[in-house]
Design a protein around this ligand. Structure first.
Ligand code: PLP
Length: 394
């Protein structure tokens, strides 16, 4: 430890991955744990995408790719942005990376100086704060509640801005709350940002297709926000391709060039076979993945109906992604099966040990009154998990 850098010693371990490791450990001891902690679709990658990868191997794609991605992939991304989001980008504005996670890390590294503040509407995705800190930025949490549907208001945004504010990062549909900002809601936030032209927006749209309420809205679609927005997306969630590790950005050219320069020294670009497969994935009609979205929608209905029967779980109906984020503060101060519950972490550990269900504490997402439950699991698993949770807490 003492020989490690301050940088790594100050970095928190990813709590979602830590929960996954704990789950594996308990399973090895023979415990039948239902894992609802990971943000990972439980589908196989569709065959037409796998076939494209096999073809790429047989066609001898094996060399270094351009650092920012194959031209054909960038063109597919340009087509996708236009088709799905009405966004016009040229090749110099696109950078392909090793997962959206690297896209986020690139953006932080190239835009933040030490002490620059990044607004993070809560709850936010677990890695945002740590990535910002790695780049020596300062994460600034903007709290929300169940009552505000886990969305920030324009006034809250205005009140959070300081002379040091450099960026705002958010995901919509949101991991972990599942909430979706409508076009009007985004416009109201944009109306505040108009007064602060130096603030750059990072709009993480990786769950865009997993949206149960209607049209996906992109911040960059507003002409007055386009030149200051980094649109992040990727194939992990919508195409069930988490392990393939491909994400990308559309951004102002000066930011894209900087990200290209950054990853040119760090990864030399994303995996060549995965890039070829993603060309096929992105050019396919969105209807090819609709069956997964429809399945998530059914599961959402199931998990909400089961959760409604458990006293002490309070949650707005999620509008997208595949998580529910109930407020469980009702249990704080209580003792359940001999476990004193003081906070969400205690509650999540209690569920793991007594209900044998893995969830993630809301602390990891900047909301200490909630836990995140993923419903990227079969209906049988969801039904059994909620039955166990209900028994454990009653
Ligand atoms: N952004 C959000 C909101 C996510 O939930 C995730 C994955 O969990 C990512 C980015 C990273 O995705 P990738 O697998 O493309 O790195």
């Amino acid at each position: 430890q003492k020989h490690l850098s301050d940088r790594i010693n100050n970095l928190a371990t990813s709590q979602t991955l830590a929960m996954a490791a704990k789950t594996r450990e308990l399973r090895e001891e023979g415990k039948d744990i239902i894992g609802l902690s990971l943000g990972e679709p439980d589908f196989n990658t569709p065959d037409f995408i796998k076939d494209a990868a096999i073809q790429a191997i047989n066609d001898n794609y094996n060399s270094y790719t351009p650092v920012d991605g194959y031209v054909e992939l960038k063109d597919a991304i340009i087509t996708k942005f236009k088709r799905d989001n009405n966004l016009t980008y040229n090749r110099a504005q696109i950078v392909v990376s090793t997962g959206a996670k690297q896209s986020l890390a690139n953006a932080a590294m190239v835009l933040l100086n030490p002490g620059d503040e990044v607004l993070l509407p809560c709850p936010y995705w677990v890695s945002y704060a740590e990535i910002v800190k790695l780049a020596e930025g300062v994460p600034v949490e903007v709290p929300t509640t169940v009552e505000s549907n886990f969305k920030i208001t324009p006034q809250q945004l205005r009140d959070s801005i300081t002379p040091k504010t450099k960026m705002i990062w958010y995901s919509s549909p949101c991991n972990p709350s599942g909430m979706v900002y409508s076009k009007q809601e985004l416009r109201a936030l944009a109306d505040v940002l108009v007064d602060y032209p130096n603030i750059i927006i990072l709009s993480d749209e990786i769950y865009e297709h997993i949206n149960f309420v209607g049209e996906h809205a992109s911040m960059a679609d507003f002409p007055d926000m386009y030149d200051r927005t980094v649109t992040v997306n990727g194939v992990s969630k919508a195409f069930a391709m988490t392990g393939w590790r491909i994400g990308y950005i559309g951004a102002p050219e000066w930011i894209a060039r900087a990200c290209n320069k950054m990853q040119g020294q760090i990864t030399s670009g994303a995996n060549c076979i995965a890039q070829r497969a993603v060309i096929t994935a992105l050019l396919a009609p969105v209807s090819e993945i609709k069956f997964m979205v429809d399945t998530f929608k059914e599961r959402r209905k199931l998990i909400i109906s089961l959760m409604d029967t458990i006293k002490g779980f309070k949650t707005p109906e999620p509008e997208g992604a595949f998580y529910v984020f109930p407020n469980i503060s009702y249990f704080f101060g209580k003792t359940l099966k001999g476990h004193k519950i003081n906070n969400a972490t205690d509650f999540s550990m209690f569920l793991l040990e007594e209900a044998l269900v893995a969830t993630v504490t809301g602390d990891a997402f900047g909301n200490p009154n909630c836990i995140r439950i993923s419903y990227a699991a079969s209906e049988d698993q969801i039904t059994e998990a909620l039955k166990r949770i209900k028994e454990a807490v009653s």
